[in-house]
Ligand binder design. Structure first.
Ligand code: GDP
Ligand code: IMO
Ligand code: MG
Length: 429
């Protein structure tokens, strides 16, 4: 099976978009299988930068791009994104883009609830992207969601709207908000329906046919394993499963579909939003990493928190997601650091542990145990072959491999698509 699954192995923003775009020209299909427009994937091709949130990154190379049922879809955000990408010369139509008809919709009421909750939580907020992701997944699991396929049958939607509104009006009353307006929502859905319907289809069937034809499928994960609703730093997580296992349920293929699992790993660590971050640097070094790495969110423009490489969490992510090999990104950001630190374990209650515990208070209490290495003064920026890397940078990569117990399959040295060193071709496995 020549499929490849790309997932983030930290707290998101590892450079998944760049790597998916780099691999996309050799895939026949690119599929998103979870998350929504909370994702922000940046692709740099020559002088052009593309920022994708909902559209699979394969759209830029013209590769067939599909949104699986595991995604929560905001149709208005989708329309805006398509308009923006078309403005950049990307052609998007039913021939190269499809949406699973069993995808749940993110509605304006979800976005509103997301903001109301975050505002009410004050200091205890999750720091969500404010896109309505959590509330939309709650309604999916609560069996009250409106789905893409319902857009063709708005006249039969009343029983489902009864369930949805009963739930939300009660919640809204708690926030002193007026009840929802059914006629207004139906009108909004009526207007957007034709736009979405042109792309709607049973994606599982499309993928079954692609598999029969021997297609190479590239699955594009969003967020990262530490944001997974089960395995992440709960409750400071997103509301979907971000691990590789979600490929099967989120696209409608069997558990063998994932193929080569490529974990995307930043050469240091970042996080946006609240929650534990053992190696966070709230000093000049953290500022420097952020400045050199341009660590500002693609979606919300928030400043990302920065810290040293944490081998504990990446080792854990690789195990949980069955990672075959990693793509190490942003190595160039470490150019010029005199010394570099790697977190190899945590200290908790006087003991050394080699994993991140599940309990939130324990996660907040762990202290990193570091080892220090000499950095390199040469530049790695733009390197496209192993031979161009300084000896100390190679040593850093080898040490990471050892600590995370997973081999490096590629190294990325700039935002540009082709500034990538291939060590092991994931599609060849
Ligand atoms: P994603 O969410 O995982 O797709 O990552 P983002 O696009 O949100 O953030 C990664 C950022 O790093 C983007 O601005 C990329 O253009 C940039 N980037 C990706 N790989 C590299 C790299 O190897 N070096 C540098 N300097 N920037 C990179
Ligand atoms: P990509 O795909 C980084 C974070 C938010 C917040 C938490 C919950 O670009 O790597 P949500 O809106 O999902 O309910 O927010 O998850 N978050 C991300 N952080 N990269 C992302 O996506 C993220 N998507 C969500 O900042 O802490
Ligand atoms: Mg991102």
């Amino acid at each position: 099976m020549a499929n490849v699954t790309v997932i983030g192995a930290q707290w998101g923003d590892e450079g998944k978009g760049k790597i998916v775009d780099w691999l996309a020209s050799r895939a026949n299909v690119v599929v998103r299988f979870q998350g929504g427009h909370n994702a922000g994937h940046t692709l740099v091709v020559g002088d052009t930068t593309y920022k994708l949130s909902l559209l699979p990154s394969g759209i830029v190379t013209g590769t067939l791009s599909l949104i699986g049922n595991g995604v929560v879809l905001d149709p208005w955000a989708l329309r805006d994104e398509i308009t923006r990408l078309e403005g950049q010369g990307v052609s998007i139509g039913p021939d190269n883009f499809g949406i699973a008809d069993n995808c749940p919709l993110i509605l304006p009421l979800h976005r509103e609830l997301d903001s109301l909750r975050e505002a009410a939580a004050g200091k205890g907020k999750i720091g969500t992207t404010g896109r309505g992701i959590g509330p939309a997944y709650e309604d999916k699991v609560g069996r009250r969601a409106i789905r893409v396929c319902d857009l063709a049958h708005l006249e039969t939607l009343d029983p489902q709207l009864d369930r949805l509104f009963a739930h939300h009006d009660a919640l809204r009353a708690g926030f002193d908000q007026p009840p929802l307006d059914r006629a207004e929502l139906l009108e909004q859905l009526r207007q957007i329906a034709p736009f979405v319907q042109q792309f709607a289809q049973p994606v599982w069937k499309r993928l079954r046919d692609a598999k029969r034809d021997g297609a190479r499928i590239l699955f594009e994960g969003a967020q990262g394993v530490l944001l997974d609703v089960d395995h992440g730093t709960y409750p400071f997580v997103t509301s979907s499963n971000t691990v590789s296992g979600t490929v099967a349920s989120g696209s409608g293929m069997g558990p063998n579909a994932a193929g080569f699992v490529l974990g995307i790993v930043k050469a240091y660590t970042t996080r946006v939003g609240s929650g534990p971050f053992p190696t966070e640097l709230e000093d000049e070094t953290g500022e420097l990493l952020g400045r050199r790495g341009h660590e500002f969110g693609t979606v919300t423009a928030r400043k990302r928190r920065c810290g040293w490489f944490d081998a504990v969490i990446v080792r854990q992510s690789c195990a949980i997601s069955g990672v075959t090999g990693i793509a190490l990104t942003k190595l160039d950001v470490l150019d010029g650091f005199e010394t570099i630190r790697i977190c190899t374990g945590y200290r908790l209650n006087g003991e050394i542990i080699d994993y991140l515990p599940s309990n939130a208070a324990a996660q907040a209490a762990v202290e990193p145990v570091y080892e220090e290495m000499a950095g390199w003064s040469e530049t790695t920026a733009g390197a496209r072959s192993w031979a161009e890397l300084p000896a100390q940078a190679v040593k850093y990569i080898r040490r990471i491999e050892e600590l995370i117990e997973c081999p490096v399959a590629s190294v990325s040295t700039s935002p540009e698509r082709d500034d990538t060193i291939l060590v092991r071709d994931p599609f060849a496995d």
